[in-house]
Design a protein around this ligand. Structure first.
Ligand SMILES: [Cu+2]
Length: 413
């Protein structure tokens, strides 16, 4: 299907693709067939929270005293085969793949399709890293993102990190306070070897990152009761993030958190990361190429195009979990206080304008139904839905919309 020279999708290959000069397709075929599960994760003792509150927080809960607690998450980096479209079709339009969507989704001897080997953060129950923490229905929509980490201003956070991959990776946390031993990024910063264990955790090793959550890590004067930061690997920042190593951390204002750290005045939290996931630049790209029966030239324009997954949380064309009841998937209820945490990630093409059909939000103190995001920008939008139905939630950039950056949410009466 992609033997022609015409870019049917209309992507400006010259503009968008020619600059991806750092594609990682070395002849590292050693990873072939490594659809093996390597595990990388984050685990926290607060997993009990989500499990105990499967509705995603719709149950009333007393706010904390704000005295602070230590929360511990056990998170590993694991190799996982991820499917961007588990329905195998355009779920938003309820149609089979067509000429446009098929560019990105149809597998073949020389096309990967929707199933890619990725490196993902996953949460475990303890430091043995043998038992995954099941993801509750309220957070199923996170897709390929790492587990949500909840903290309250005044807390301390330990992330016990196990690298189950075959390359060094790290955890780099935005917003929270850390010293040089927990920054998770290798560069010449004048630190000693004792403070470099965090930079690039070797395969098979475990490293504990320590964070504090002072006022400056929490909501500012014009924020609501909580804000979102991101965490991601920063050993090989570009390759690591495109391989999938990123996740959200939510900080609640002091005295406004439930025991699990979530904001007590919010009924439902939803996280959406809009990105053109450039699988050509993923650290797992060589393994994915090697898995093909007839691997093409990795610089072939049509092949490069086919690996640009225009996703929300790792789902394309409406394949994210919608759910059937409040608290499942992306299903909410009329009158709930729904808080959306949005983020973009990626390259110069990653300027996204998420748009909600059917309902409006307040973001940055202003009423809107479209917000704008640039790479690594984080934004909070509050919604009190009043309009029941299944609604589109999509990037309004025309090219991204047609390339699959579409999901849905549901409002029940
Ligand atoms: Cu977009």
């Amino acid at each position: 299907m992609d033997d022609g020279t015409v870019d049917r999708h209309g992507h400006s290959r010259t503009g968008e693709h020619s600059r991806t000069g750092e594609r990682r397709w070395p002849a590292v075929l050693a990873l072939a067939g490594s659809a093996v599960v390597a595990l990388a994760v984050i685990v926290v003792t607060t997993q009990l929270v989500s499990a105990a509150d499967p509705a995603g927080g719709s149950a009333p809960a007393a706010a904390s005293t704000g005295e602070g607690r230590t929360r511990t998450y056990y998170i590993a980096a694991d190799h996982v085969t991820w499917d961007y479209a588990p329905a195998g079709r355009d779920a938003a339009s309820d149609q089979p793949w067509d000429e446009t969507s098929g560019v990105f989704t149809v597998a073949g001897p020389d096309r990967i399709g929707t199933r890619y080997l990725k490196s993902l953060y996953r949460q475990y129950t303890d430091d043995t890293f043998t038992t995954l923490v099941p993801r509750p229905a309220a957070w199923e929509h996170l897709g390929f993102l790492g587990p949500v980490v909840h903290v309250e201003v005044g807390d301390t956070l330990d992330v016990v990190f196990r690298n189950n991959l075959d390359r060094p990776v790290s955890v780099h946390m935005h917003g929270l306070q850390y010293d040089k031993g927990s920054e998770g990024a290798p560069y010449q910063d004048g630190t000693t070897d004792e403070q470099r264990g965090d930079d690039a955790v070797p395969p098979g090793a475990t490293y504990t990152y320590h964070y504090t959550v002072p006022d400056r890590a929490g909501p500012g004067p014009m924020d609501g009761s909580s804000i979102m930061w991101m965490y991601h690997s920063h050993t090989d920042e570009v390759g690591d993030v495109y391989s999938g190593l990123m996740g959200p951390v939510i900080v609640t204002r002091k005295g406004m958190a439930r025991p699990d750290g979530s904001p007590a005045d919010v009924d439902r939290e939803l996280v959406s990361v809009f990105s053109v996931e450039d699988e050509n630049q993923s650290s797992d790209a060589a393994a994915n190429l090697a898995s093909l029966a007839q691997p093409p030239d990795p610089d072939d324009g049509d092949f490069v195009e086919s690996n640009l997954m225009h996703d929300v949380n790792g789902y394309v064309y409406g394949n994210g979990p919608l759910g059937g009841a409040p608290g499942e998937g992306t299903t909410v209820q009329v009158g709930q206080h729904v808080r959306w945490y949005l983020m973009s990630m990626g390259n110069e093409v990653d300027l996204h304008t998420p748009h909600w059909h059917g309902n409006t939000v307040v973001a940055n103190g202003m009423r809107t139904d479209v917000v704008s995001l640039l790479p690594a920008q984080m934004l909070t939008a509050d919604m009190t839905p009043d309009d029941p139905g299944v609604w589109l939630f999509h990037c309004h950039v025309a090219d991204h919309l047609t390339a699959g950056m579409v999901t849905r949410y549901q409002v029940l009466p």
